[in-house]
Ligand binder design. Sequence first.
Ligand code: PEP
Ligand code: MG
Length: 761
Amino acid sequence: MLSALRKVVQEVNAAASLEQALWLIVERVRAEMNTQVCSIYLLDTASQRYILMATEGLNRESVGRVSLAPGEGLVGLVARREEPLNLDDAESHPQYRYFPETGEERFRSFLGTPIIHLGKVLGVLVVQQVEERRFDESEESFLVTLSAQLAAVIAHAEATGSLDQVTLHGYRPPQASFIGVCGAQGVAVGEVAVIYPAADLYGVPLARTDDIEAELGHFNAALCRVRRDLQDLSEQLQHRLREEERALFDVYLGMLTDSALGGEIVNRIVSESLQARSALAKVILEHVRTFESMDDSYLRERATDVRDLGLRVLAALDQQHERAKRIDYPASTILVAEELTASMLGEVPEDRLVGLISVRGSSSSHVAILARAMGIPTVMGAVDLPYQQLDGRHIVLDAYRGRVYTNPSAELVHQFEEIWREEQQFSREYHALTPLPSETLDGKHLPLWVNTGLMTDVVRSLDRGAEGVGLYRTEISFLLRDRFPSEEEQRNAYREQLTAFAPRPVTMRTLDIGGDKSLPYFPITEDNPFLGWRGIRVSLDHPEIFLVQVRAMLKASEDLNNLRIMLPMISSVPELEQALRLIQRAWRELLEEGYNIQLPQLGAMIEVPAALFQSRELARRVDFLSVGTNDLTQYLLAVDRNNPRVAGLYDSFHPAVLRALVRIVEDVHAEGRTVSVCGEMAGDPGAAVLLMAMGYDVLSMNANNLPKVKSVIRKLQMSDARKLLVEVMAMQDARAIGKHIFDTLTGLGVNPRLLHSKTDA
Ligand code: PEP
Ligand code: MG
């Protein structure tokens, strides 16, 4: 059953359109389950009815004509109840409805399963049989499993507008949203430009051409080149491989002939007006899939050969294209790639780039770090996005919530254009706020600091009136290199940060790698990296790396004295003590070497539940604490902060997180120490109000958010914030809490657009 399942899903995945996919499903399922009928109904969002989209066994004329409302007939019942329905005598069921156009009266037994994607019923898959019999358990579970696997495929096809290829009168492709995670906050409305690496068959978009002759010319030139290369390769290997082994090259050469793949690609260029790269990728991948789905292991291996060949031709084509690099990026380009790289950012002229989407990667990928520094709204890890089909489409990007909307409705576009305009307006006006203090109407001052990593952040932070740096992520400069930076290189980088902010305090966090942040030259491969070797654990196991870093920080602070050193991922008292001892040792050694350096303030992060329950004990041993709500939320809620599939569960307004935050501030203050928040939460204006009411001494955030937070604080009385906190602490639902904060603050005159990140689009 497993191999049958895999085969059907693979074939459907390879289908060129939704229509083809649907017909394939009904044909294959009928064959695999040996039934007389298999039909598929999909929800038409415009009419809210389940429409018969493909069938094997019922009258084909009824496709597109038969439809049912949720709850209507057996199909509607399956959809409404969101569970399978297995009947040996369908006609005797009270919900049975008869459609003469389907010729359905001949079929007695019925098994229907809902097709559900991310909690939404997309349609219903049905098999039927003439004789009165009940489908057995294994048949039922086969159909349930298949529906679950096909749901994502169908959702993709629907979302990219493939539904408009289905002949449904008046059908409008539905708006769809894809989930990723926030790489850099902001919104964008624009046109997609898909970018792909030099040679990646899977990343080639389907692009058409008006100049078939030119494409044929490119293709033939590339083929000649690859043939020559293969012959050369074969000759070079003459002394190392025997003739039989080199026969592979003859196989390759054979595949490229006009009667084989070469001819097929030429046909596609001509018959479908495809660009050579697109035709190549399409043909090669079809063959790869066919070979991969074969039972014979020798034939399966051929998939690798075909792919290799395809990549060679693609590389040859790309070399020709190098000179004709794309220059016609749309005025509002949203750059999309399977894996965006830092170098791709340079492809689009700055004034045309409004947003970025990477199908792979996380908020700590290089490109996301750079995007944050450049202020370009970015969604990372949109794993379900069928990006190859999006080139040239207009989409909406809500990077606050990590969402991508394809086929957006006019209202949605309008709504996001409004948000974008207001943000632009606000970013022009924030200068007026820079000299003003961050204080409430009744004079309570809440210092707003910034999180930095690159020098670009520093410039923006000063411009926005930051009172200090609450988190300098030192690993960022480690991430962008090809080896560990030397003590002197580090000292220079740290000195630059300290000087730029002096006399304001700069909190430098020691290297926080591991988890999702791994250095290319120091790979950490683990099954469960967030629970593995990360942060302080790596530093303590490698004192030579840690001590060099601490020495560099201390030396950089000479005469400036605005350094604070902070330790990430502390989960126990001995761990903290060991790290503090190493810092003291480095300091003493530097004094012995003749440096005149003050011992800086030392602090620890609270980002693991263990540290939260020991915040008093930790506080006693340091000068300050800072809460990393990004990690604390993920560890308290057991929700990976970078996994888009559970992004809906990741919410710092969860009552457990709020209670933890209250407890920390009380415990740390009881020990007479200061405590800040430096996770993303601090930069969310609604959350910042709560943190202020809880008593946090400092909030540290991305420089872009600082003016927004300041603007909101300046609109409130401290009593407003305290009252809101009391109300929220009595609530149990994170979403309701978010909404209550939104309603309360807007009621107090706060501009709703400043609170966008927690509202529903
Ligand atoms: C945090 O975990 O909240 C934090 C600030 O650290 P990072 O996001 O770098 O893990
Ligand atoms: Mg962290």
